[in-house]
Write a protein that binds this ligand. Structure first.
Ligand code: ARG
Length: 257
Protein backbone atom coordinates (compact mmCIF):
# COMPACT_ATOMS: atom_id res chain seq x y z
CA UNK A 1 0.00 0.00 0.00
CA UNK A 2 3.09 2.10 0.31
CA UNK A 3 3.10 2.80 -3.47
CA UNK A 4 -0.47 3.91 -3.66
CA UNK A 5 0.08 7.65 -3.53
CA UNK A 6 2.65 7.40 -6.31
CA UNK A 7 0.36 5.24 -8.41
CA UNK A 8 -2.54 7.60 -7.81
CA UNK A 9 -0.35 10.51 -8.79
CA UNK A 10 0.75 8.74 -11.97
CA UNK A 11 -2.85 7.95 -12.89
CA UNK A 12 -3.84 11.54 -12.22
CA UNK A 13 -1.05 12.70 -14.52
CA UNK A 14 -2.20 10.37 -17.29
CA UNK A 15 -5.77 11.60 -16.96
CA UNK A 16 -4.60 15.19 -17.11
CA UNK A 17 -2.51 14.45 -20.20
CA UNK A 18 -5.28 12.60 -22.00
CA UNK A 19 -7.79 15.30 -21.10
CA UNK A 20 -5.63 17.74 -23.01
CA UNK A 21 -5.48 15.46 -26.04
CA UNK A 22 -7.63 16.16 -29.05
CA UNK A 23 -10.68 13.94 -29.48
CA UNK A 24 -10.26 11.41 -32.25
CA UNK A 25 -13.07 10.83 -34.78
CA UNK A 26 -14.54 7.92 -32.77
CA UNK A 27 -14.93 10.06 -29.65
CA UNK A 28 -16.52 12.87 -31.65
CA UNK A 29 -18.91 10.38 -33.29
CA UNK A 30 -19.85 8.93 -29.92
CA UNK A 31 -20.60 12.38 -28.58
CA UNK A 32 -22.50 13.44 -31.69
CA UNK A 33 -21.40 17.07 -31.57
CA UNK A 34 -18.52 18.68 -33.41
CA UNK A 35 -17.06 21.65 -31.55
CA UNK A 36 -16.08 24.25 -34.13
CA UNK A 37 -14.25 27.49 -33.40
CA UNK A 38 -14.17 30.56 -35.62
CA UNK A 39 -13.60 34.29 -35.27
CA UNK A 40 -16.89 35.91 -36.24
CA UNK A 41 -15.43 39.20 -37.50
CA UNK A 42 -14.35 38.28 -40.99
CA UNK A 43 -17.33 38.93 -43.25
CA UNK A 44 -18.44 37.42 -45.51
CA UNK A 45 -16.57 34.27 -44.35
CA UNK A 46 -17.52 34.23 -40.67
CA UNK A 47 -19.46 37.03 -39.02
CA UNK A 48 -22.41 37.94 -36.81
CA UNK A 49 -25.71 39.05 -38.24
CA UNK A 50 -27.11 40.51 -35.07
CA UNK A 51 -26.59 37.65 -32.63
CA UNK A 52 -26.52 34.98 -35.30
CA UNK A 53 -23.16 33.60 -36.42
CA UNK A 54 -23.18 33.15 -40.19
CA UNK A 55 -21.08 33.46 -43.34
CA UNK A 56 -19.68 31.35 -46.13
CA UNK A 57 -17.42 29.27 -43.88
CA UNK A 58 -20.05 28.87 -41.20
CA UNK A 59 -22.55 27.54 -43.73
CA UNK A 60 -19.98 25.25 -45.36
CA UNK A 61 -18.90 23.89 -41.96
CA UNK A 62 -22.53 23.21 -41.08
CA UNK A 63 -23.02 21.31 -44.33
CA UNK A 64 -19.84 19.33 -43.65
CA UNK A 65 -20.90 18.52 -40.08
CA UNK A 66 -24.30 17.43 -41.38
CA UNK A 67 -22.65 15.08 -43.88
CA UNK A 68 -20.57 13.66 -41.01
CA UNK A 69 -23.78 13.09 -39.05
CA UNK A 70 -22.68 15.55 -36.35
CA UNK A 71 -24.31 18.51 -34.69
CA UNK A 72 -22.11 21.63 -34.90
CA UNK A 73 -21.46 23.53 -31.69
CA UNK A 74 -19.90 26.94 -32.37
CA UNK A 75 -17.45 28.96 -30.33
CA UNK A 76 -16.09 32.36 -31.33
CA UNK A 77 -12.70 33.66 -30.28
CA UNK A 78 -10.08 36.11 -31.41
CA UNK A 79 -8.26 34.91 -34.53
CA UNK A 80 -4.88 34.38 -32.88
CA UNK A 81 -6.38 32.03 -30.23
CA UNK A 82 -7.96 29.59 -32.67
CA UNK A 83 -5.11 27.21 -33.49
CA UNK A 84 -3.70 26.87 -29.97
CA UNK A 85 -7.09 25.78 -28.60
CA UNK A 86 -7.01 22.68 -30.82
CA UNK A 87 -4.10 21.06 -29.01
CA UNK A 88 -5.70 21.87 -25.67
CA UNK A 89 -8.87 20.05 -26.77
CA UNK A 90 -10.98 23.16 -26.31
CA UNK A 91 -12.58 22.52 -29.71
CA UNK A 92 -12.25 19.92 -32.47
CA UNK A 93 -11.98 22.15 -35.52
CA UNK A 94 -10.94 25.72 -36.26
CA UNK A 95 -12.28 27.30 -39.42
CA UNK A 96 -11.46 30.96 -39.96
CA UNK A 97 -9.88 31.37 -43.38
CA UNK A 98 -6.53 29.92 -42.32
CA UNK A 99 -4.15 29.49 -45.22
CA UNK A 100 -2.22 26.24 -45.29
CA UNK A 101 1.38 27.21 -44.56
CA UNK A 102 4.46 25.13 -43.75
CA UNK A 103 4.77 27.01 -40.47
CA UNK A 104 1.21 26.27 -39.35
CA UNK A 105 1.43 22.68 -40.57
CA UNK A 106 4.03 22.10 -37.84
CA UNK A 107 1.38 22.89 -35.23
CA UNK A 108 -1.91 21.67 -36.71
CA UNK A 109 -3.26 19.17 -39.23
CA UNK A 110 -5.13 20.76 -42.12
CA UNK A 111 -8.13 19.28 -43.90
CA UNK A 112 -8.60 19.65 -47.67
CA UNK A 113 -8.97 23.31 -48.71
CA UNK A 114 -12.48 24.77 -48.85
CA UNK A 115 -11.46 27.73 -50.99
CA UNK A 116 -8.51 29.35 -52.73
CA UNK A 117 -7.69 33.03 -52.46
CA UNK A 118 -4.89 35.43 -51.62
CA UNK A 119 -3.95 38.55 -49.72
CA UNK A 120 -4.73 41.66 -51.74
CA UNK A 121 -3.71 45.28 -51.38
CA UNK A 122 -6.58 47.67 -50.59
CA UNK A 123 -6.06 51.43 -50.39
CA UNK A 124 -7.81 54.75 -50.91
CA UNK A 125 -5.17 55.73 -53.50
CA UNK A 126 -5.46 54.36 -57.03
CA UNK A 127 -1.67 54.56 -57.39
CA UNK A 128 -1.01 51.94 -54.72
CA UNK A 129 -1.41 48.81 -56.78
CA UNK A 130 1.69 46.67 -56.63
CA UNK A 131 3.71 45.27 -53.73
CA UNK A 132 6.57 47.57 -54.80
CA UNK A 133 4.22 50.58 -54.46
CA UNK A 134 4.10 49.88 -50.73
CA UNK A 135 7.69 51.04 -50.30
CA UNK A 136 7.73 53.94 -47.85
CA UNK A 137 4.10 53.28 -46.86
CA UNK A 138 2.36 52.28 -43.65
CA UNK A 139 0.38 49.08 -44.13
CA UNK A 140 -2.34 47.66 -41.87
CA UNK A 141 -2.83 43.92 -41.33
CA UNK A 142 -4.60 41.67 -38.85
CA UNK A 143 -2.34 40.18 -36.17
CA UNK A 144 -1.35 36.57 -36.72
CA UNK A 145 -2.32 36.45 -40.38
CA UNK A 146 -0.22 35.39 -43.34
CA UNK A 147 -0.61 38.98 -44.57
CA UNK A 148 1.20 40.27 -41.50
CA UNK A 149 4.11 37.94 -42.21
CA UNK A 150 4.16 38.69 -45.92
CA UNK A 151 4.01 42.49 -45.67
CA UNK A 152 6.82 42.31 -43.11
CA UNK A 153 8.97 40.68 -45.80
CA UNK A 154 8.28 43.29 -48.50
CA UNK A 155 11.29 45.51 -49.01
CA UNK A 156 10.96 49.20 -48.17
CA UNK A 157 7.63 49.13 -46.34
CA UNK A 158 7.84 51.93 -43.77
CA UNK A 159 5.75 50.23 -41.09
CA UNK A 160 3.43 47.28 -40.64
CA UNK A 161 0.61 48.10 -38.25
CA UNK A 162 -1.04 45.12 -36.59
CA UNK A 163 -4.71 45.19 -35.61
CA UNK A 164 -6.67 42.62 -33.58
CA UNK A 165 -9.26 42.24 -36.34
CA UNK A 166 -9.52 42.80 -40.08
CA UNK A 167 -12.28 45.34 -39.51
CA UNK A 168 -10.01 47.36 -37.20
CA UNK A 169 -7.39 47.41 -39.94
CA UNK A 170 -10.04 48.64 -42.37
CA UNK A 171 -11.13 51.42 -40.00
CA UNK A 172 -7.53 52.58 -39.86
CA UNK A 173 -7.48 52.70 -43.65
CA UNK A 174 -10.75 54.61 -43.92
CA UNK A 175 -9.60 57.16 -41.34
CA UNK A 176 -6.26 57.49 -43.19
CA UNK A 177 -4.17 56.33 -40.25
CA UNK A 178 -2.49 53.93 -42.68
CA UNK A 179 -1.79 54.11 -46.43
CA UNK A 180 -2.99 50.62 -47.34
CA UNK A 181 -4.07 47.29 -45.94
CA UNK A 182 -3.76 43.68 -47.05
CA UNK A 183 -6.81 41.49 -46.73
CA UNK A 184 -8.47 38.56 -48.47
CA UNK A 185 -9.18 39.08 -52.17
CA UNK A 186 -12.87 38.18 -51.77
CA UNK A 187 -13.29 40.50 -48.80
CA UNK A 188 -11.75 43.26 -50.91
CA UNK A 189 -14.08 42.48 -53.83
CA UNK A 190 -17.10 42.55 -51.54
CA UNK A 191 -15.96 45.84 -50.06
CA UNK A 192 -15.77 47.47 -53.50
CA UNK A 193 -19.06 45.94 -54.59
CA UNK A 194 -20.96 46.99 -51.47
CA UNK A 195 -19.47 50.48 -51.12
CA UNK A 196 -18.63 51.61 -54.65
CA UNK A 197 -18.60 55.27 -53.53
CA UNK A 198 -16.31 54.79 -50.54
CA UNK A 199 -13.13 55.25 -52.56
CA UNK A 200 -11.56 51.83 -52.01
CA UNK A 201 -9.08 50.61 -54.60
CA UNK A 202 -7.99 47.03 -55.03
CA UNK A 203 -4.39 46.31 -55.97
CA UNK A 204 -2.55 43.11 -56.78
CA UNK A 205 -2.35 39.94 -54.72
CA UNK A 206 0.66 39.59 -52.45
CA UNK A 207 -0.03 36.00 -51.32
CA UNK A 208 -1.66 33.01 -52.98
CA UNK A 209 -3.44 30.77 -50.50
CA UNK A 210 -5.28 27.51 -50.06
CA UNK A 211 -7.67 27.95 -47.16
CA UNK A 212 -8.57 25.01 -44.95
CA UNK A 213 -10.05 23.97 -41.63
CA UNK A 214 -7.52 22.90 -38.98
CA UNK A 215 -7.54 20.04 -36.49
CA UNK A 216 -5.10 19.26 -33.68
CA UNK A 217 -1.74 18.06 -34.96
CA UNK A 218 -1.97 14.37 -35.81
CA UNK A 219 -5.78 14.18 -35.60
CA UNK A 220 -5.83 12.79 -39.13
CA UNK A 221 -8.90 10.62 -38.61
CA UNK A 222 -11.03 13.67 -37.98
CA UNK A 223 -9.30 15.72 -40.68
CA UNK A 224 -9.85 12.97 -43.28
CA UNK A 225 -13.51 12.56 -42.32
CA UNK A 226 -13.96 16.33 -42.68
CA UNK A 227 -12.21 16.36 -46.08
CA UNK A 228 -14.41 13.52 -47.33
CA UNK A 229 -17.57 15.25 -46.17
CA UNK A 230 -16.38 18.49 -47.79
CA UNK A 231 -15.78 16.59 -51.00
CA UNK A 232 -19.39 15.37 -50.87
CA UNK A 233 -20.67 18.90 -50.21
CA UNK A 234 -18.70 20.07 -53.26
CA UNK A 235 -20.08 17.22 -55.37
CA UNK A 236 -23.77 17.54 -54.51
CA UNK A 237 -24.18 21.18 -55.54
CA UNK A 238 -24.63 22.61 -52.04
CA UNK A 239 -21.15 24.19 -51.97
CA UNK A 240 -21.77 25.99 -55.26
CA UNK A 241 -25.06 27.33 -53.93
CA UNK A 242 -23.49 28.83 -50.81
CA UNK A 243 -20.61 30.27 -52.85
CA UNK A 244 -23.07 31.91 -55.26
CA UNK A 245 -24.98 33.40 -52.35
CA UNK A 246 -21.91 35.08 -50.86
CA UNK A 247 -19.63 35.72 -53.85
CA UNK A 248 -21.70 35.30 -57.01
CA UNK A 249 -19.07 32.79 -58.09
CA UNK A 250 -17.64 29.43 -57.10
CA UNK A 251 -14.48 29.92 -55.04
CA UNK A 252 -13.29 26.32 -54.67
CA UNK A 253 -9.66 25.63 -55.52
CA UNK A 254 -9.08 24.72 -59.16
CA UNK A 255 -8.45 21.02 -59.76
CA UNK A 256 -4.96 20.05 -58.71
CA UNK A 257 -4.52 22.82 -56.15
N1 ARG B 1 -5.94 34.01 -44.88
C1 ARG B 1 -5.25 34.74 -43.87
C2 ARG B 1 -4.43 33.80 -43.02
O1 ARG B 1 -4.40 32.65 -43.26
C3 ARG B 1 -6.17 35.58 -43.01
C4 ARG B 1 -7.18 34.83 -42.21
C5 ARG B 1 -7.94 35.74 -41.28
N2 ARG B 1 -9.08 35.10 -40.74
C6 ARG B 1 -9.95 35.67 -39.88
N3 ARG B 1 -10.97 34.98 -39.48
N4 ARG B 1 -9.72 36.88 -39.47
O2 ARG B 1 -3.77 34.18 -42.09
Amino acid sequence: MKFLPIVTFAVALCVAASAAQARPLEAVRQDGTLRIATEGHYAPFNFFQGKQLTGFEVEIAELVAQKMGLKPEWKTLSFDALLTGLQQDRWDVAIASHAITAERAKAVTFAAPHYCSGGTIVSMAPKLRRASDLAGKVVAVQTGTTYAAEVQRLPGVRAVKNFPSDTDARSALVSKRVDAMVTDRFIAKELLRKSPQAGFHMGEMVTVERIAAAMALGNTGLADAWSQALQAVMADGSYAKVAQKYFQEDIRCPAGR
